[in-house]
Structures are given as C-alpha cells and as structure tokens.
Design a protein around this ligand. Structure first.
Ligand SMILES: O=C(O)[C@H](O)CO
Length: 351
C-alpha cells in the first residue's frame, strides 16, 4: 500500500514495502506530509532517516486545498513550501498529532504563527542558506532595472536598434550613489557587500530598531523611513511581510523618492501597494522598479505593471539556484526530523 501510486500518478508514497512485519513497524512511525515535489536532497534525508512514513504531493503544481486538508489529517509533521497557507483551518484538519511544521522558505507569512504557538506546534524554516543566492539575484535585478537591460534586448531583437544615439536607453549608475535598505537583516547586508565594489557612496537603512552589528558590517547609517525615501538612489526592500510592513511601500514612500530612484523588491509582494507603484512609475515619479515578488503570484499577464517599460518583473526566483534549493530542502527535512525527535532544530523559528 505505501508503495503504490494513485490513479492520478501524482501522489508518491515513499517507504519500503516488503514484509508484513515491516509494514506493521512502519505504521507506528510518525506520519509526514510533504506538500510539494521538493528537491532530491531533502527527500533523501527523510527517506534514509527511517524515522518517518512519508507521503508527498509529487508535482510542481500546488496541492489542491481540499486534497491538502484531507492529506494532513493525523499527520505528525508537515513539510511545506510558501504557497501553502498553514492556517487555523489546516491545523484543525491536521488534528492533535501535529507537532512540527517545516517550511522550505525563509519567509513565513504563509504560516499562522499565533495558531501554531497556541497548539505548541514547532516551526522550522530555512534562513541563511539562501542569503547569497537572493542577494545575487537582487543585484542582478537592480542592474537589469537601472541599466534597462530588458528594454535594451527587446529593442535589439525587434529592430529598434538604429544608429548609436547619445541618450538612447540611458539609465542610472551605482557609482557615487546612495543605496537604501528597507529592513536590514542578513540579506540586506549581503546585497550591500555585493554592491560596494560598484563604488556606492553611502549605504543607509531603516528598520523598527537600529541593527548596529549588521550595519557596522557595511558601514550603513540608520535613518528614518522618510529620510530613506528622500535620500536613496536605489532602494532595496528586504523586510519580512508582517501586519506592520503590509503595504508599507505606498504613495507616501514613492512620492518622497527621487525622480531618478530605482525601487527593488525581492522580499514579498504584500509590502507594496501595487496601484501606488503603478502610478509612481507611469508618471515618472520614480525611474524604475524591479520586482521579484508580486501580489498575486503569478501576476496576471494583463496586469498594468507588465505594460510599463520601466518595470522589470521576475517570477519569484531569488533563491532559484540548484545548490540553494537543494540546501533549503535538506535543511527543511533536517528541521522536521529534529523537531519530531523532540530535539533542537537546526533552524527553528522562535514563536
Ligand atoms: O521565503 C523564501 O524562502 C523565498 O521567498 C523563496 O525562496
């Protein structure tokens, strides 16, 4: 039974299935539901542990909500990705056996932390291991936006490339600029470290409180939210999505920014008021925006932001390198197993 595939062939159950006695032993192991086809390193760790019975939604597409609610029933652990809402409905569907939720993401805005805490369910996540990869993509997006790379390749391919022209496709350079970071954590520091060799003049940041240790690493100055808006030539959003940061990048921010400013968001779409951003970009109130994250995801192809030349939109790929995604899946698996053993997790979210 535990080796069979469903008629749809989507659902993979991973466990040895040879002798009956073994079956009986297996059925006493903690049950884990993996909500998505995760990279092989994580699956191998779970399978080789011999510690759990695993059922996995073996697809790149999200598991339908009703199926998810059915599958988590009686589970001891859930390994999920950022598209699965782990909310009160799901926790109730899972029932009292659930001890650990491990998300293969650094972001945790898809988890109802209060509900998890109330139930004593431990939470694992994957910070640090994706920092380099996300910082690298943020720099790539910043350069693509400020130097208008997507516009330029489009022009080259579609006949817009006439003679060399003095101001054609001019953009904004990093040398001598002020780079602002909204929400200074590990990723913000890693972005600044990569940008420094481009001869950035000054790093500034704002956050709910000063981050002295991190700021010292990049010689960044703490400023107010308004000062960040007013002084940044490039503004990178690196804060987590929380009720406090929801929609924080709105008209109030954009209207204070410089006309040459480039806005970059690789955190979560929810921190941006997209209507206000559209207004700011379409009226040249700011020079450009690079977004790796939007609301919703995927952003419908007829969304107004896609019609703007000064908006570069990527499909949430900041952590998308083979190495990083495998490392994230391994960490998520190790978090889950440690949690189920009642041991400290390699990366546990303090609730
Ligand atoms: O939260 C995360 O981990 C990123 O957004 C995707 O890797």
């Amino acid at each position: 039974m535990w080796c069979s595939r469903t008629a749809l062939g989507r659902l993979r159950r991973i466990a040895p299935c040879t002798v009956t006695g073994f079956h009986r032993a297996m059925s006493t192991l903690p049950k884990v539901y993996v909500t998505r086809k995760v990279p092989p390193d994580g699956v191998d760790i779970l399978r080789k542990s011999g510690q759990v019975q695993i059922e996995m939604w073996d697809s790149d597409e999200p598991v339908p909500r009703l199926e998810l609610l059915k599958k988590v029933k009686g589970c001891d652990g859930i390994l999920c990705v950022l598209t699965e809402k782990i909310d009160i409905q799901l926790l109730e569907a899972a029932g009292p056996n659930l001890k650990v939720v491990s998300t293969m993401s650094v972001g945790f805005d898809h988890l109802s932390l209060d509900e998890l805490k109330k139930r004593g369910i431990r939470v694992g996540y994957t910070p640090d291991v994706l920092t380099d990869c996300v910082a690298e993509l943020t720099v790539a997006l910043l350069l693509a936006t400020s130097r208008r790379l997507t516009e330029a390749t489009h022009e080259a391919k579609t006949g817009g490339w006439g003679t060399w022209r003095t101001l054609w496709l001019c953009g904004h350079e990093l040398a001598n600029s002020t780079v602002g970071i909204l929400g200074l954590g590990r990723i913000g520091v890693a972005i600044a470290e990569r940008l420094k060799p481009f001869k950035v003049k000054k790093f500034i940041y704002t956050d709910v409180a000063q981050r002295v240790e991190l700021a010292n690493m990049i010689e960044a100055e703490y400023v107010s939210f308004d000062e960040l808006a007013e002084q940044s030539d490039f503004l990178a959003v690196c804060c987590a999505l929380t009720p406090e940061t929801h929609g924080i990048c709105n008209w109030n921010l954009f209207s204070k920014m410089k006309r040459n400013a480039i806005f970059i968001n690789t955190s979560r779409g929810g921190v941006v008021n997209q209507e206000d951003l559209y207004k700011a970009l379409s009226t040249d109130l700011i020079a450009g925006a690079g977004l790796d994250v939007t609301t919703p995801e995927p952003l419908p192809t007829n969304h107004p932001l896609f019609s703007l030349k000064n908006c570069v939109i990527l499909p949430h790929i900041a952590s998308a390198s083979y190495t990083t995604r495998n490392t994230m899946s391994a960490l998520a698996a190790n978090n889950l197993l440690a949690g189920l053993r009642g041991e400290p997790m390699p990366k546990e979210l303090k609730l």
